[in-house]
Design a binder for this molecule. Sequence first.
Ligand code: ATP
Length: 330
Amino acid sequence: MTFVTIRDLKVAFDGVHVLHGIDLDVARGEALGLVGESGCGKSVTWLAALGLLPGKASVSGSVTVEGQQLIGAKAALVEGVRGGRIAMIFQDPSSSLNPVRTVGHQIGESLRLHRGMDRRATRVEAVRLLDMVGIPDAGKRVDLYPHEFSGGQCQRVMVAMALAGEPDLLIADEPTTALDATIQAQILDLLATLRRETGMAMVFISHDLGAVGAICDRVNVMYAGRIVESGNIGAMFDQPRHPYTRGLFDAIPRLDGTRNRLIPIHGTVPDPRHMPSGCAFAPRCSKASDFCNSATPALKAQKDGRFLACYHPVAAVDTTENSNLERVSA
Ligand SMILES: Nc1ncnc2c1ncn2[C@@H]1O[C@H](COP(=O)(O)OP(=O)(O)OP(=O)(O)O)[C@@H](O)[C@H]1O
């Protein structure tokens, strides 16, 4: 069952468009990855959906949570959804925590706001949540301030704050980027466990395709303010069809040693103020034709269930005897 439905979401800052019409669904309980190079619009998509962009941003389109429209809705309604039904954690936990309040107080604020708990109950629940996210000696540490926690522990506190509203969906925006490798793995493990235990859905925004592959059911690939390919994680990893998706996968090391040379994608993401006409990826794409430089491909359903926006996709390889997969000439 679909929980969040985003349709034709567009965002512009000072007249410069950075999102060009995003269509995206999140089903109840699923883990959806959102990947793409820096500046593609991954964060802006969810900040716009949850009413967190600055006033200068112009936002249009539709974002519904089980049928309830958020775009253009009253601030109180959007605030009720944010932190309640949908919670978000960010890359740098230290900048999201208030340095002059104990972590217990900050978790308690969320509990009072979204679950209407009294003071005594919030303390008990804050300790339970800190324990749940793996903070040792939670009964004592609930009274400490953020600077008394390590970076990884601060991110665990952020997760506890996010869980305080018992969200149906957790948006995790690069939640491990600021942490070192061992701690990254622990936080990913924590998120995967919590999802299993609570049944909440998760949107995992990341540059780390390995992590996305490990914890997500589906993945959306964004490029220059558009979704260019989406599908089930297995199919996308086995047979990326958009040349950009293919490029992202070619740029990551494989543990099985099948690829020993990383192939970077040439060039950079275009500046939103100087977008190329036609397909935004065409200037970097070895398959681009003249047509690609003049027309923008729409995101279309494919026979294998994925969605793809490309005039010259990578050929689908027929891996089964009776495969229905369309063979597209490269
Ligand atoms: N407050 C803002 N004012 C103006 N432009 C903005 C603002 N926030 C984001 N942008 C622009 O919107 C575009 C999309 O940014 P966004 O942060 O969503 O990218 P991203 O894919 O999440 O990148 P990263 O992986 O680096 O976080 C970028 O061109 C960015 O410069």
